[in-house]
Ligand binder design. Structure first.
Ligand code: FES
Length: 263
């Protein structure tokens, strides 16, 4: 009697005929995404050490501090980048496999046999991705402005840890400026390679040359498609860069490391 892949899937979670290390990718994803989630929650919760000199952590940008808000200012803005990542097409695949084990891998038994897609609550909320994408594009401009601010240094020299830039400023570049700029580059590659953005600029037309603004849309679609080809890579690199930027600024603010002025 032969055993089909379908049979193995129906026998339950983890049953498979595969002989490769199919479990490594979901296990690594769970480890890295879980670690990032824990760190980001802690960093946002503390409400401290998120700025040093002209640097501002991306977890706290834009920095909103209304008097009526009793919690960390990060919680006022994190819903947008968090929602963008949680509803991202790539991350959905990654965390469905890593945390829900559904499916944990191709041709591997699943915890349930009926597939309902993303048509019911709460997964139907994944359809909000395009709206989070609009917000994410705005955040690229906000974080770019933060990089500009990170080039404005006080005319009187080095800042003590945790002190905002006072008085007149002049142009300067520190290691932190470069870290923040690299973060914006990686976030831009991730955001502008979004599947929803690709559909927005290139979807809904059968013929670019027949559509209004077709040439422009075609060029935009080509650009988004080029980034989209490596969307997974951009997703991971930008995830690391956001965390590392926060860590760098946090360590400077705590006085654990000293920022180095290049210019
Ligand atoms: S699909 Fe990944 S950011 Fe939109």
């Amino acid at each position: 009697m032969t055993t089909s892949i379908r049979d193995m899937q129906e026998r339950g979670l983890g049953t498979t005929l595969r002989r490769d290390a199919w479990w490594v990718a979901p296990a690594l994803t769970a480890l890295v995404l879980g670690s990032f989630g824990l760190y980001a929650t802690w960093a946002a919760w503390t409400g401290t050490h998120y700025e040093w000199g002209p640097y501002l952590s991306p977890f706290y940008s834009p920095l909103l501090q209304p008097s009526w808000w009793p919690l960390s200012p990060a919680f006022l803005i994190l819903v947008f980048p968090l929602g963008f990542r949680l509803t991202c097409y790539y991350y959905r695949k990654a965390y469905y496999r890593a945390f829900f084990l559904d499916p944990v891998g191709c041709a591997v038994g699943e915890p349930r046999h009926a597939y309902r897609g993303e048509t019911q609550f709460p997964f139907v909320l994944q359809n909000l991705h395009r709206f989070f994408m609009y917000a994410a594009v705005v955040f690229i401009f906000i974080l770019s402005y933060d990089v500009y601010l990170a080039t404005r240094w006080p005319v009187n020299g080095v800042l003590p840890a945790g002190t905002p830039v006072p008085g007149p400023t002049q142009f300067g570049i520190g290691i932190g400026t470069l870290v923040m700029a690299a973060n914006v580059v990686l976030l831009t590659g991730y955001t502008f390679g979004c599947h929803s953005l690709r559909h927005l600029v290139g979807g809904g037309v059968d013929c670019f040359s027949c559509a209004r603004g077709g040439q422009t849309r075609y060029r935009l679609w080509r650009g988004v498609s080029a980034l989209n080809r490596n969307h997974m890579l951009w997703a991971w690199c930008s995830l690391f860069s956001v965390a590392l930027t926060d860590v760098y600024i946090r360590l400077c603010a705590m006085g654990v490391i000293a920022d180095f002025r290049i210019l």
